[in-house]
Ligand binder design. Structure first.
Ligand code: GLN
Length: 257
């Protein structure tokens, strides 16, 4: 019995320690700072830039959104750039308040974070070299495919049979591996693929998407107050056309760079 009680106490302490406090709107306002977690190799959503409009060296549609959300809450914005596959874990641990990283909604992620309404209808595409014989996903058999680690593009190619998956920390890096001849193809999100192909003669984007996806902002599970503010702001920005303007402006600014 004594032993059982001891085990129970240890378990309760462990559960208590593991329970992360939620960064509610009130907590963020008390702190005076909104912390946005992202991964800055995903233009036009986020990219490294020293433009004066950047925050902590990062610019893009998600950063614009973060600035607008911080304004709405009356706090300053801090942007933390980290590996893509660390984002949901960092959010869960309370190291940030939102993940704004062009993140696709999927069941695995929805188990550990809460997603906002969708703010971009996305699709994954294949990029290849101009002279490549690859025309569709079926032609990827026995080929080397570059992807960004931990992304839905990575998940997609992991499920293909007889392919060699090369995973990179950054999405731009994955695309450039095709250009350099280190990979035969790369699977990535539409806008980033369009920018990369436009800026790197020699690369080609295959016409059809391999899968459609939806992009949203993530908050800690149960952070209803913040999720509510995020969703309200997203619908305001959609209605006013501001969100589309950000997509257009950042996309155009990134071409020919
Ligand atoms: N949309 C993709 C995903 O969520 C890639 C996002 C990114 O690289 N920032 O996995």
């Amino acid at each position: 019995m004594k032993k059982f009680m001891m085990i129970l106490i240890v378990l309760l302490v462990l559960v208590g320690c593991g329970k992360q406090e939620v960064n509610t709107v009130e907590a963020i306002q008390k702190r005076g700072e909104l912390i946005l977690l992202t991964e800055a190799t995903f233009p036009p959503f986020e990219y490294a830039s020293n433009d004066p409009s950047s925050v902590d060296g990062v610019n893009g549609v998600d950063i614009e959104f973060g600035k607008a959300l911080a304004d709405k809450l009356g706090v300053t914005l801090k942007v933390v750039d980290m590996d893509f596959d660390s984002l949901t874990v960092a959010l869960q641990a309370g190291k940030g308040d939102i993940v704004a990283a062009g993140m696709t909604v999927n069941p695995e992620r929805s188990n550990v974070v809460d997603f906002s309404n969708v703010y971009f209808d996305n699709g994954l595409y294949i990029i290849v070299n101009e002279d490549s014989e690859i025309e569709s996903v079926e032609d990827l058999t026995n080929k080397k495919i570059a992807v960004q680690q931990g992304t839905t593009g990575n998940d997609f190619v992991d499920k293909l049979e007889d392919v060699e998956v090369l995973s990179f920390k950054g999405m731009v890096e994955a695309g450039l591996a095709v250009l350099n001849g280190n990979a035969d193809a790369s699977v990535m999100d539409v806008l980033t693929a369009q920018i990369l192909v436009h800026n790197n003669p020699g690369l080609k984007l295959l016409e059809n998407s391999v899968v459609s996806e939806e992009t949203a902002i993530a908050v800690q599970k149960g952070n209803e107050s913040l999720l509510n503010e995020v969703n309200l702001l997203l619908s305001e920005l959609e209605e006013s056309g501001q969100l589309q303007t950000w997509f257009d402006d950042h996309f155009d600014a990134l071409l020919d760079q």
